[in-house]
Design a protein around this ligand. Sequence first.
Ligand SMILES: [Zn+2]
Length: 293
Amino acid sequence: MHRKLLLLIAILFFSKDVKPQPNQDLHLFVYNVGFNGLTAGIGSMINKSKSTKLHTAFIQGLWKGSVGGLFIYAGKKTTYLINKEKTYLYGWPAKLIHSVGLSVTENAALAKPAFANYHINLGLTRLDFNLEKKSKIQVRILPVSLITILFGFKEGRRFDFDKTIRTGETIFTHPTNTLLQNRLLGDFTEAYSLGGCLVFAKDVSEPFQLFSHELVHQFQYRENMIFSTWLPKQNKRASTQKSKKGIFKYFYPEVPSFWLVYVADGIQPPPNYFKNFYEFEAERFSTNKYVPR
Ligand SMILES: [Zn+2]
């Protein structure tokens, strides 16, 4: 009995055919907590008050940003429920949890209390809620999102009102095309994310899985806006406290830095498609299955 057990253990651990699969969930957990912790830590050093020491500002930003990263991870995990339960309505809790994470990380990077300000992106607008301010709600237009929505409308042609209400994301669904040309990446696809909106072909093979995959890309786009907090002038203009006058009262200075990091990571056709980290992350969260890379 014991010999058989030992033999089984030996086969499991030493057989060349049994390759241990890397723990992709752990990988993504560490990435999300680490990315938000580090970016907020650096932001906190840039935006600290004169009286705060540099290392203190970093540690404060690091731990608060890590908490933001936990919410961001939880929001992305929630996107799988859309695929599992075959309902778009899970898009809302995913988006709400994710936006709590975005807000906590942004506050940390601006060297503010973790829950000082809550923001959420809705279509071409950014909504800010701040209970300590006189005007507690501020609505601003996201100029790049506005441009992508116009582009999405041109490419998708039909505004999908039903899906937009169900998911909280602006969606265009082409009335006839079963494949769309992705003019930005130069290939044909069933759907793509533009940051401000999503464009879908008419009949897609796995609509719920596809939507949760694309929703993760929307989230990645928003997470990478954290780099705006590193730009001191930009930050002061974007800060809700200093944006009462001028153009920044109506427009949020949106920097689409995600496009840069996405392209910089390399875009390769299958079977190397998921070598791109952002594609891997979107696929893993939307399928909850091992993604070969
Ligand atoms: Zn993708």
